[in-house]
Design a protein around this ligand. Structure first.
Ligand code: ADP
Length: 576
């Protein structure tokens, strides 16, 4: 367990846990030792040795006080440690996840991550503050009491020690079996988490398609699978826990039987038998809880291993130092090949140069690889082959924060954060003056949508911006990107979100920034395409046309078809 913890915690925290474990062991043995003092107290009472009884009661009182103080100290340390560990695990998990390649997120990981960050991290914290102290005490008490029985009568001691070792071995096997049986239940829980997240996120589509049945079949199935896995875990676990409990009672019965037999045969005096019975009761109460606690500890160990597995996922290699950019705003793709999975090719031999301040239009059919090209520019993935340079420096040599300083993005799937319209714009540059952010908002035509709202700029956008339309969200994202004032602006224009106001906003932005900011825009609007200095047409992951819009028109390729389709659709006339 400590090995898995090493990848989650700082070295000084591991040291703190070690010293805490020592404190737990000392405290557990002190508590057990205090129980042992009951032997002389009981014996003095039974033999009417009242002068000795007073001394033993005093010693017992002092031992109880010391044990209480140790317990208090250990509880306070345990609580503090668990808070620190919880915070550390959650923040390190978060820091690690943001450095993972985006490919990692293409699997169903949200349920796993949320379970690790909540249930797993809380389980570890609770283990430190509550489970481990109890567990160590459960181990110390049977060990010490069986030692004490050995002093009373070696035969009783041997029976107790044998019983304790037997129960311990049986419990560790039972615990391993419980942990093994928990795997399907864990899988079912993760799947259920994924379906719940999906259910909450995709309400609009679900209502559109599942209104009649008012149910979401994958969620219902996940719930049923989780219930079935839970019941099966219960079925397999219950008999094991029962056997563990019965084995303790069995050992207790044998101990009492042997004690009585020895007394009846004259081998053990009644005062000793009384002391022995007190010890036997304490011995079995410690053992009784051991099985259940070992099972819970085993499950927590699995949770820690699952968090450690995420922490051990390799991150994108990160450059250590900021670089001097030779030409801020310039972009070069040199013979770039890329595929999301081993063996597939999404981009093939892509080569182009973008000079600072130019406006590049990316066009091509759906699925051609346009958005992937933007993702590579932001280093969401590294190319399989070739090189991408920004400002004259290979992306792999730029630290993430320096790369992100270079780029502002308006993506297709705009994400707004719960807060006001103003908050969402100012994220682009929290230090910008009121005049500057309002100017960016005006340019992106956000003022038009604010004018219609009762609370103006303070209007709340809701979680993910759900209280706004797609077009409105995109204009806010445009204002935010403008405020960032980065040397490169990437616009991935979702055709569905574009109304006349958005088209006008995008065109105004292009006009305003032309010559100052490099703009790479994926566009489906003829009016916007014609504002580009240079077009790159992508088909099936290859650049098939390049040049000024007027030149591309004459080549009678994709762009020519694109223009004719758009003109037919809108009755536009274009003069090249
Ligand atoms: P475009 O933006 O031109 O419509 P994309 O760049 O989004 O196209 O996608 C190019 C290809 O890559 C498509 O075939 C798409 O299905 C695939 N693709 C996109 N994202 C992923 C992903 N995360 N994992 C696997 N394949 C993907």
């Amino acid at each position: 367990m400590l090995n898995s913890l090493r990848s989650l915690l700082m070295p000084d925290q591991i040291r703190l846990i070690r010293s805490y474990l020592i404190l737990l062991a000392v405290s557990g043995f002190c508590e057990a030792g205090t129980t042992l003092l009951l032997i002389p107290v009981t014996q003095s009472l039974m033999t009417h040795a009242y002068d000795r009884l007073g001394s033993w009661v005093s010693v017992l009182t002092i031992a109880v006080i010391i044990t209480c103080l140790l317990r208090y100290w250990q509880t306070v340390r345990g609580m503090r440690l668990s808070v620190v560990v919880l915070r550390t695990v959650q923040s390190r998990l978060g820091q690690h996840i943001v450095r993972l390649p985006l490919g990692w997120f293409s699997g169903e990981v949200s349920g796993q991550v949320s379970r690790c960050a909540t249930y797993g991290a809380m389980g570890l914290a609770n283990a430190l503050s509550h489970l481990l102290p109890a567990l160590l005490s459960d181990i110390a008490v049977p060990l010490l009491t069986s030692g004490a029985m050995m002093l009373l009568d070696w035969r009783l001691g041997m029976v107790a020690l044998g019983g304790a070792v037997g129960v311990l071995i049986a419990n560790s096997r039972i615990s391993r079996a419980i942990v093994k049986g928990e795997a399907p239940s864990h899988e079912a829980t993760v799947t259920l988490n994924n379906r719940v997240i999906e259910f909450a996120r995709c309400q609009a589509s679900l209502r559109a398609f599942c209104l009649e049945s008012a149910t979401y079949a994958p969620l219902t199935q996940a719930l049923e699978a989780k219930n079935a896995a839970g019941q099966s875990l219960l079925k397999t676990t219950f008999p094991k826990v029962l056997i563990s409990g019965l084995s303790v009672q069995f050992v207790f019965a044998i101990l009492v039987g042997v004690g009585l037999l020895l007394t009846l045969s004259g081998g053990l005096g009644v005062p000793r038998l009384m002391a022995f019975l007190v010890l036997a009761a304490r011995f079995s109460s410690g053992l009784a809880m051991l099985g259940a606690r070992m099972g819970v500890l085993g499950m927590i160990r699995r949770e820690i291993e699952r968090i450690a597995a995420i922490m051990n996922e390799p991150t994108l290699p990160e450059a250590p130092r900021r670089k001097n950019l030779i030409a801020p705003g310039a972009i070069s793709f040199r013979s770039v090949d890329f595929g999301f999975h081993h063996g597939d090719v999404v981009l093939h031999d892509v080569t182009f140069e973008v000079t600072p301040g130019s406006v590049i239009g990316l066009i091509g059919p759906s699925g051609a690889g346009k958005s992937t090209l933007l993702k590579l520019m932001m280093r969401f993935y590294d190319p399989v082959k070739g090189q991408i340079l920004m400002g004259g420096v290979d992306l792999r040599d730029l630290p993430t924060d320096q790369l992100m300083d270079q780029i502002a993005l308006v993506s297709q799937d705009v994400v707004l954060f719960a807060g006001s319209i103003e908050d969402n714009i100012r994220i682009g540059n929290p230090d910008a003056s009121e005049e500057t952010w309002r100017h960016a908002a005006r340019l992106a035509r956000v003022d038009a949508l604010v004018a219609r709202r009762r609370h103006g700029w303070a209007t709340q956008v809701g979680e993910g911006g759900c209280q706004l339309s797609g077009g409105e969200r995109q204009r806010i994202a445009l204002a935010r990107a403008l405020l960032k004032n980065a040397p490169i602006l990437l616009l991935d224009e979702a055709s569905s979100a574009l109304d006349a106001l958005n088209v006008a906003a995008f065109q105004d932005v292009v006009k305003q920034l032309r010559g100052k900011t490099t703009i790479i825009m994926i566009t489906h609007q003829l009016e916007t395409v014609m504002h580009a200095d240079h077009l790159l047409t992508i088909e099936a992951g290859r650049i098939v046309e390049r040049g000024a819009p007027a030149d591309c028109l004459t080549s009678r390729g994709y762009f020519d078809r694109f223009c004719r389709e758009r003109r037919q659709a809108s009755g536009w006339r274009l003069t090249a």
